[in-house]
Design a protein around this ligand. Sequence first.
Ligand code: FE2
Length: 500
Amino acid sequence: MVDFTNGPAPAGFLSPQRFEADIYDCEVEGAIPKDLNGAFVRVGGEWFYPPSRPDDSPFSTDGYISSFRIRDGIVDFRGRWVQTPRFRNNLEARKQLYGVYRNPFTHDDSVRDLERPYLATVANTSPLAFGGKLYALKEDAHPYEIDPNTLETLGPWDFDGQYKAQTFSAHPKIDPVSGDMICYGYEATGTCTDDLWIYTISPDGQVKSEVKVKVPYVSTLHDMVLTQKYFIFPVYGYVTSMERLREGHLHWAFDKNMPTYWGMVRRDGDGSDARWFKGPASVVMHTINAFDDGDKVIVDAPISDGNPFPFFPQVDGSPWDPVAARHTIRRLTFDMASSGDSYVEQILDPTDVVDLARVDDRFNSLPYRYVYSSMNDPEQPFDRDRAGNNRVVNSYFRYDLQTGEWRKFFAGDVHSLQEVSFIPRSANAPEGDGYLIGTASNYADMRTELVIVDAVEMEQLARVYLPFRHTAQVHGRWYNNQELPLADSPIPEYTGRRQT
Ligand SMILES: [Fe+2]
């Protein structure tokens, strides 16, 4: 029996639905550009069984992958659970066997494995297409390979044994110059270890380099950023320890007294020359982009001064600070010719933004101009009578780093947008010429909508309606039919008798 009545599972739009779905020929309003041929792939999670404790993090929800397959103006939708060992064990037991977020000591005796914590992954964070294959990622385990058409789980993948770290980030980077993937694992040799292992992998799946470094302290290395010369890693105030885990706590707590470190690791080195620059406390859960400028390295990121996640407690017991949780777009400048360990941090604009920013990926690691993300534009209406007291992220924006210009797209007065993805109009189109795509939660009609927007004019081109509210997304991304071997969706099968 599944009973959420006493559990902390979210109510309303985000309450668990627990079904898999196939929608053939979705309802479309407007005109989807005919040159779009690919899939918008989302990875997120929901509780199939309630969490074992009410204070667990939503980051422990069971992984779920979904795809809006788009071609020739039509859309087919599919959603499937990621079949991790944890998911299968829970199904077999018909209950939640696992404890709180990334704490192996809190799992049921039948599944506790302190030596192999990655067996408890939920693969619920991010999709990745690389080398023609699709994966669901979470930073505590290896990638889970997914069939890009059926969304069937094929299992964990370690690049034929070449990838040695126990963990793999949810935010690897694809170098647009070489085509290689830069990926990494932190806590690479086991729970709470200070090992960061960085890999460069070619599109045919061959590991070209392995670089091992030690971090200043064990922290949430959720995202990185790349230039043509450097791997760059932020280390910031989320802390952990084996002692903390033995006491039964969630993996992370926030220590506002811990400094931020930025690790600069040369891509052509062996890690021995890694430099760690030091600055004030902050949180850099996600980055935007970086590039080399002579002897300087420029890093852009949405940065907050404090803890953005209320479910990760403060180590000093102080209450969560929603003001310190706000993100602004900041530019950091590192002088690699200096011998010091400081850097310059500049707030480019005071606007409060969502930290899920994107660029035109063809400019990843290179000088670039446009930042895309989402925000709650306070000048736009929200109909609380129809939409309830929900989280509101009502607009996408394009921020022009050259001119400071903001352009916005408003999604509607009962909607909240999830992460945006940028699609170039063509392989050779200028930077920023293309489309934005992402899902919106329609709280009034309790359904999920896919939004497609002209990325220059910031006007809607099409909207796709799912006839239900869909699992919460963590990250979503567009992949075209060159990046994944996408087939046309077959007509739904019929095996019964036919009228003659
Ligand atoms: Fe992320």
